[in-house]
Design a protein around this ligand. Structure first.
Ligand code: C2E
Ligand code: MG
Ligand code: MG
Length: 256
């Protein structure tokens, strides 16, 4: 698989898709996460859950992410020109930081070269990386913030969600992973945990977005707890850029 990555990027087998994020109070699309998709000539659709870890191991994730970030910047620039100013969240692997220790400076230059402002680029870093590599990730986050980028802690709730990290890491937003929190076990306990997490994160003055929202019931529950930003199959699945382009700015809000 790893041998084919450069060719797959060149030939367009690997593409960037967008999953819209919504504010459930208004139904407004507030952003999107860039997620790559690989339609392999022989294997068909290969999920990022399978190939991202392989690429990370093979030292190739940076190459893929360079392509993804560039593609996102091109799309953002085009939308700006069309008068549709948007912002996009991209995933940053800890191997990207290893490959380029000045990743903050790199992003600053990249965005400048496309005439974009840093607030249009949100950088997602997985919770687990923060716990494993806290010193480097905290300093990277500080640098990114100093340059005006928004930083988000991805998959919160899926690993050893460290309360200490919440205190130490200056992230703008936390992406609460509903899938891990509600996939199994006692639902009443899951709801209590989610409820208090939302309350705690908001009290810390950190923004919160729930990801993996699959049902109206989940959306209504989150809304009732004061979490308004959501991403998940209930609203939209990841979609190719052409489809995201045509998407209307509003969807149905969640009521009561
Ligand atoms: P992630 O960053 O946490 O992205 C969210 C994942 O949840 C995506 O999986 C998305 O398709 C999926 N998802 C969204 N809504 C729902 C839902 O309602 N239910 C369920 N069950 N799943 C939902 P995807 O696209 O398969 O990506 C998996 C992971 O691979 C991502 O998790 C991210 O960590 C990584 N990844 C994807 N694209 C890239 C990339 O371009 N670069 C890097 N470094 N990592 C990437
Ligand atoms: Mg992510
Ligand atoms: Mg996530």
């Amino acid at each position: 698989m790893e041998r084919h990555v450069p060719a797959a990027i060149r030939s367009g087998e690997i593409r960037v898709w967008y999953q819209p994020q919504v504010d459930c109070y208004t139904g407004k699309v507030i952003g999107a996460e860039a997620l790559c998709r690989w339609k392999h000539a022989k294997l068909g659709w290969v999920s990022p859950g399978e190939f991202i870890p392989v690429l990370e191991e093979a030292g190739l994730i940076y190459e893929l992410d360079l392509y993804v970030w560039d593609r996102v910047c091109r799309d953002l620039q085009r939308w700006n020109r069309e008068g549709k100013r948007r912002s996009v969240s991209v995933n940053l692997s800890r191997f990207d930081i290893r490959a380029n220790p000045d990743i903050a400076g790199f992003f600053r230059d990249l965005l400048r070269s496309y005439d974009l402002t840093p607030d249009q680029f949100r950088i997602e870093i997985t919770e687990t990386f923060y716990v494993e590599n806290s010193a480097i990730l905290i300093s990277t986050t500080e640098q990114l913030r100093a340059f005006g980028f928004r930083v988000e802690m991805d998959d919160f709730g899926s690993g050893y969600s460290s309360l200490h990290m919440l205190k130490e890491v200056p992230v703008n937003r936390i992406k609460l992973d509903l899938h891990f929190l509600t996939a199994s076990g006692d639902m009443e306990k899951s709801r209590t945990i989610v409820s208090y997490m939302v309350q705690m994160i908001r009290s810390l003055d950190i923004e919160i977005l729930a990801e993996g929202v699959e049902t109206a019931e989940q959306a209504r529950f989150l809304r009732s707890r004061g979490c308004s930003e959501m991403q998940g199959y209930y609203f939209f699945k990841p979609m190719p850029e052409e489809e995201y382009d045509k998407l209307s700015e509003f969807t149905e809000p969640i009521t009561g």
